[in-house]
Design a protein around this ligand. Structure first.
Ligand SMILES: [Zn+2]
Ligand SMILES: [Zn+2]
Length: 154
């Protein structure tokens, strides 16, 4: 469908909305209060590419204009937050955790640090008791989460 192979792909939890990036993104964290709310987490991790290097490959996301300057896309089926972009900008940021391989894009900058939660250091390895998902599973769980990689012909 696309002439060049994407640099990275990603999508929402249910798989209704998928996207592709066509350049190496700039990875950052935003601690601002608006990103905290929009992502539903103590901070947001984003990967920025130019608008020309971003494409929706499956589904139509819903959007919310969170200020006079910006909008955020999300999946209307499962609610996963997907993007942030300035309305007058030439770039789009995808939520890093929605990439198929978020571990490959460590952040290089912090933004919105005035709202950084004061306990952020506590989540570093070794600071709190660690429990893995398999350690804590008390029953068999069947995942309905999209497996995360585009089908060969998608
Ligand atoms: Zn979804
Ligand atoms: Zn922010």
């Amino acid at each position: 469908m696309y002439k060049t192979k994407p640099t990275m792909t990603g999508g929402c939890q249910c798989g209704a909305v998928r996207y592709a990036l066509f350049e190496a993104p700039e990875s950052s964290i935003c601690h601002c209060r608006m990103c905290q709310k929009a992502i539903g987490a103590p901070f947001a991790a984003f990967c920025k590419v130019t608008s020309a290097c971003f494409v929706w490959t499956l589904g139509e996301p819903a959007s919310f204009q969170s200020s006079s300057a910006a909008e955020r896309h999300f999946c209307h089926v499962c609610g996963t937050p997907l993007t942030f972009r300035y309305l007058d900008g030439d770039a789009i940021k995808v939520a890093t955790a929605t990439l198929d391989d978020p571990a490959s894009v460590p952040p290089t900058k912090n933004y919105g640090t005035e709202s950084r939660v004061p306990w952020i250091d506590l989540i570093a390895p070794g600071r709190l008791p660690d429990t893995s998902t398999t350690d804590s599973a008390s029953r068999t769980i069947v995942s309905y989460q999209h497996p995360g990689h585009d089908a060969p012909d998608a």
